[in-house]
Design a protein around this ligand. Structure first.
Ligand code: ADP
Length: 726
């Protein structure tokens, strides 16, 4: 089907023709035949790189040029940025693009001027909770990676958000994009959508198993030269010889770093002098933004043409690795599956070194087929590689047979709603009531009947778990104690702040009962909420943390009895996480924190981002409920944001000054922007370097014009904003 023949405005067709897209891929053509451009709901379950985003673009552009508005929902912030960058290309068609991934308690009314808004599912949920007016104007909703409905963490929010959007705008077109899943038909029926399922790919994908020196796929067998002792390194070398790049998936961060290091010396030998020079520049870029042991190892790998990629790296470091790989400079990325989940980073050969993953409940377990398919799907760069190869590595004949049967020939699993527990439902019940989607019990059940959970488990009966949620919300004072469903001001605030009602209840109780309000008391209160992400306890942590608890017992709201082993162990994890935050706000270096807590720089930022948000919630709740702690929590919120002591706060308000520079200025006798304004430029330049000093003076003197930001992002308070200013 030719682009020329589509029922689209001429300027849209011209846009695609100019960018070299002349004809639709087969699954795209099928979607058009099934009503994509006539406003029909559609679920496309097709492999990555097979043109799913283009489908969404066609539907969005058609609707927008007829006066509509599109919302594009993604699961990850990194994906939101990727899509935002792509859709910005439509500005030549006069289309305005916005992105919203930041603060959860903002309405973001200004975003409504845009024609396409890209948002994470959590942010979409929070915009709905804050009754953002423009949401009623949406004519197309795209739900990217909709199979994540199956995820216990993110799934419930995604399905409730879709249910709310459909209830609010019944005529709105829903376009759901999914990986291939077993029950795509069921998902499509729930969405009242046409279904396009296809295995078609623009680049051929060969899936197979490496065993005993050869790669076997379907009817072929390829011998791989055994030039080193490590089979995966040999597979990498074989790819590099044919001018390809490799993605290697490992089960843990430790293994993924070890493999990048192991392959480095061999890969380095294959590099030209020019490549080494370019890679050295990339390595220097890494060292410029981070000086932890991990980034030093990363830079050393990058000099040799390899890299590792996992959630312990900060966002800017991950971006350097991704860009270096896309540009063909970095030849091999060894990654945990984080990379497979979202980013568009294909490679000629994907090597899956480990098909098992650690789970805290069951130990090492084989990964689901769906996850394998996501990783394998990264093989083959469209238009660049003649084919892609996905290789599982077997160590025995039995394993060889197992891998063929259970992955290569296997169908992806069905996906299942995870909304049916009190933990998942509590927050959505409150928000549904707070937003007026349900005013009576029957209306609430009616609303929940529109979720995928109710669709899938029609015989289960939601009433038991809904009643448990309602009892909890009434008991905690978030709903009036009447039969009608009426939120209290506390309940409304909790819903708007986008916090789990259980977290809010714990915070309120903690503030009432706290005898002291030290930094530790408030940090631990924040860490004791279910919204917090906790550090794991390592064997040698127990004694240290236990000793710390003994010495500071009076600062905790409550210390559980050590005889209740499970509760006490959980408590120790909370304390460990509080201690990381305490080191962070006391200006310990990132490297010191990483070594002490056995964690990555990316984890410190992720934990600080969540803690900052829950501390913000704490201040708001204390204010509303007239409890002590509002002032202290507000101060701590800012300190967590910057990772610094109180005396630096004024300096930290200056853009471009982070904790390290602020401390340098403070030690030299400057404690505020007013004092800096009267200072000698050269003296400040000696402390911070001439470029930064000049920028700061321009700012203080008001000569610095802040560029208009198109995105409605609020990096100062958004979770996972990544690297902060040093
Ligand atoms: P997905 O979202 O499924 O990963 P994309 O829509 O991003 O895939 O498409 C992957 C690449 O293929 C993009 O570079 C896109 O421009 C290109 N592409 C998509 N559809 C076509 C087509 N019909 N003809 C040529 N290139 C296409």
């Amino acid at each position: 089907m030719k682009i020329e023949s589509l029922d689209l405005p001429d300027e849209v067709k011209r846009f695609y023709l100019d960018s070299g897209i002349l004809e639709l891929y087969p699954p795209q053509a099928e979607a058009v035949k099934k009503g994509l451009l006539e406003g029909r709901n559609l679920l496309a379950a097709i492999p990555t790189a097979s043109g799913k985003t283009l489908l969404a673009e066609l539907a969005m552009l058609k609707s927008i040029l007829a006066g509509g508005k599109a919302l594009y929902i993604v699961p990850l912030r990194a994906l939101a940025s990727e899509k935002f960058k792509r859709f910005r290309e439509f500005s030549e068609l006069g289309i305005r693009i916005g992105i919203s991934t930041g603060d959860y308690d903002l309405r973001d009314e200004g975003l409504g001027v845009n024609d396409i808004i890209v948002a994470t599912s959590e942010k979409t949920d929070s915009l709905l909770r804050n009754e953002t007016a423009w949401m009623q104007e949406i004519s197309v909703v795209v739900a990217d990676e909709v199979h994540l409905i199956d995820s216990p963490d993110r799934g419930p929010t995604l399905e409730v958000t879709l249910a709310k959007l459909r209830k609010m705008n019944p005529s709105c077109q829903i376009l759901a994009l999914s990986a291939t899943v077993g029950n795509a038909d069921e998902l499509a029926s729930w969405l009242e959508a046409e279904l396009v399922v296809s295995e078609w790919r623009p680049t051929e994908l060969l899936e197979g198993v490496f065993f005993n020196g050869a790669f076997y796929c379907e009817d072929r067998e390829k011998r791989i030269e055994q030039s080193t002792k490590d089979e995966a390194v040999n597979l990498v070398l074989d790819t590099l010889k044919k001018d390809g790049q490799c993605l290697v998936f490992e089960s843990s961060r430790k293994n993924c770093m070890a493999f990048a290091k192991k392959a480095a010396s061999t890969v380095k030998k294959t590099l030209s002098a020019e490549s080494r020079k370019v890679l050295a520049e990339t390595a220097d870029e890494i060292l410029e933004i981070s000086e932890t042991d991990t980034s030093t190892s990363l830079a050393a790998c990058v000099r040799s043409g390899t890299a590792f990629h996992h959630a312990g790296l900060t966002t800017p470091l991950r971006e350097i690795v991704e860009d270096g790989f896309r540009a063909g400079k970095i030849k091999l990325i060894s990654s945990t599956p984080t990379l497979a989940a979202g980013l568009n980073l294909p490679a000629r050969r994907v090597i899956i070194r480990s098909y098992r993953r650690y789970s805290s409940e069951d130990g090492m377990q084989p990964i689901p087929v769906l996850e394998y398919k996501q990783m394998a799907g990264r093989a083959g760069r469209p238009r660049l590689d003649p084919y892609g190869e996905a290789v599982l590595v077997a160590k025995s004949y039995n394993e060889f047979v197992f891998l063929f049967e259970n992955y290569i020939k296997a169908e992806a699993e069905d996906i299942w709603s995870k909304l049916g527990t009190e933990n998942a439902l509590r927050t959505h019940v409150l928000s549904t009531i707070s937003n007026g989607f349900a005013r009576t019990y029957d209306e609430l059940i009616d609303f929940l009947e529109a979720t995928f959970f109710a669709f899938q488990y029609s015989n289960f009966g939601l009433s038991t778990v809904v009643n448990e949620c309602l009892n909890f919300l009434r008991q905690e004072g978030m709903l009036e104690k009447t039969d009608a469903l009426i939120p209290t001001s506390f309940g409304r605030l909790v819903s708007r702040l986008y916090i789990d009602p259980l977290s809010a209840a714990r915070i309120a109780k903690g503030l009432k009962e706290a005898k002291s309000l030290s930094e530790l008391t408030l940090l631990h209160l924040v860490c004791s909420t279910p919204d917090m992400r906790l550090l794991y306890m390592r064997n040698h942590d127990y004694q240290d943390i236990n000793d710390y608890v003994m010495a500071h017992a009076s600062e905790f709201v409550k210390v559980p009895s050590p005889f209740d082993a499970t509760e006490y162990e959980w408590f120790l994890g909370e304390v460990k996480t509080s201690l990381l935050l305490l080191d962070w706000i006391r200006e310990k270096s990132e490297n010191e924190i990483c070594l002490k807590f056995g964690t990555g720089e990316g984890d410190i930022h992720a934990i600080a981002d969540i803690a900052e948000w829950i501390m913000h919630v704490t201040a708001q709740l204390a204010g509303l409920l007239d409890l002590k702690g509002a002032k202290e929590a507000t101060e701590l919120e800012k300190r967590i944001h910057y990772g610094a002591a109180p005396e630096l706060m004024d300096l930290l308000d200056i853009r471009g000054i982070g904790r390290v520079r602020a401390r340098r200025l403070y030690e030299a006798g400057f404690s505020s922007s007013a004092e800096l304004a009267g200072a000698d430029l050269e003296k400040v330049a000696a402390l911070l370097g001439p470029k930064i000093a000049d920028r700061i003076f321009r700012q203080i003197e008001g000569r610095d014009v802040v560029p208009q930001i198109v995105e409605s992002e609020h990096p100062e308070k958004s979770p996972s904003s990544g690297q902060k200013t040093i």
